[in-house]
Design a protein. Structure first.
Length: 340
């Protein structure tokens, strides 16, 4: 039986999975295999040539993928995210690290089958950073990819380790073997800032104070922000996040000077976000009641990141600044959700 050529998207039902599958299907030219632990959303199913309900930790499933499909590109989006990972750190490590390792092994197997490198796109996070104190943070307003990579969360540790796993599989896999791998893995990763979507509900993530403010205001509900008013961190509107991962996917390999890239779009303070929300929802009631544990996590992240390498190497250029993100993307679409 002929194996079916596909692009694999894990975590297909997630926030980024929705946008990515929509974008790939609109561009056309490739069949999509959507993989998630739950049935694919009805809106996504028609866009996927194949849909599988399964767990990236299931070796039998991975064997099936190798035998049935010719996978040229993997978008590995499946993960246990930051807040939940802190409550179940051992489970998070199992899902985030072992799951990624399984898929890198799958990519190697696939490259052996069809003799070409398999592109492996891995969304990483600003959580890989761990700035030791506020004084140091003040001295380093924009952080490069090679600075302060001592994360204090399990999610950050997992993502940083997976970046290094990807580097190993791409450049050093079985380096002492008599015969080196002829194809292998073309690993590419983006360290995303806080991603804000107009179409999915915030799920309690550490950067979710921004979308939570908008959703509360749209519902005419008061909101108590869990970080200090002056706290600043990088953000990006979800459409720009999808643009970024697609641009990196399409970039020629010889243009890429590194395997892991920062990206960002704007870095408002929590107070700036509250002011923007009140501009669009004048009756919004927003208070600041910092949760010291969650605040400590945000304090360890940079207030902004240096994404000059992404801009130079593959043309990262976000369309939405903070004002545009609110005015033309976030507020109009979130308003619609709660209109009677």
């Amino acid at each position: 039986m002929r194996r079916k050529p596909v692009v694999l998207v894990t975590g297909a039902n997630g926030e980024m999975g929705h946008g990515l599958i929509e974008r790939i299907s609109e561009q056309g030219g490739v069949d999509i295999l959507g993989l998630d632990i739950k049935e694919l959303d009805p809106s996504l199913r028609p866009r996927c040539a194949h849909a599988i309900v399964g767990d990236i930790l299931d070796q039998n499933l991975l064997g099936r993928l190798v035998s049935e499909f010719e996978i040229t590109t993997i978008f590995h989006l499946a993960a246990l995210l930051s807040t939940r990972a802190e409550f179940t750190p051992e489970t998070a490590h199992h899902v985030n690290v072992d799951g990624c390792l399984n898929l890198l092994k799958l990519a190697i197997e696939q490259s052996r089958w069809h003799g070409q490198r398999v592109k492996f796109l891995f969304p990483s996070t600003v959580a890989v950073y761990g700035i030791p104190d506020l004084e140091t943070k003040k001295k380093h307003p924009r952080v490069r990819e090679d600075q302060f990579t001592q994360p204090i969360t399990m999610y950050g540790c997992n993502k940083l380790y997976c970046e290094n796993l990807g580097r190993y599989f791409a450049k050093h896999y079985r380096q002492l073997a008599v015969e080196s791998e002829k194809a292998g893995v073309d690993f590419r990763s983006i360290r995303f800032p806080g991603l804000i979507s107009a179409f999915t509900l915030p799920s309690g993530g550490t950067s979710d104070y921004a979308p939570e403010m908008i959703h509360a205001a749209a519902q005419r509900q008061p909101y108590a922000c869990f970080v200090r008013e002056e706290v600043r961190m990088p953000f990006m509107a979800m459409p720009d996040g999808i643009d970024a991962i697609m641009k990196l996917t399409e970039a020629p390999a010889d243009a890429l000077r590194q395997l892991v890239y920062n990206v960002t779009a704007f870095s408002p303070s929590a107070g700036d976000i509250a002011a923007m929300v009140k501009r669009h929802f004048p009756d919004a009631k927003i208070a600041f009641e910092p949760d010291l544990k969650r605040q400590a996590i945000v304090d360890s992240w940079p207030g902004d990141v240096d994404d000059s390498a992404a801009r130079a190497d593959w043309g990262h250029a976000p369309k939405y600044d903070c004002e545009q993100a609110f005015a033309s993307y976030l507020v109009p679409n979130i308003r619609k959700r709660y209109e009677p």
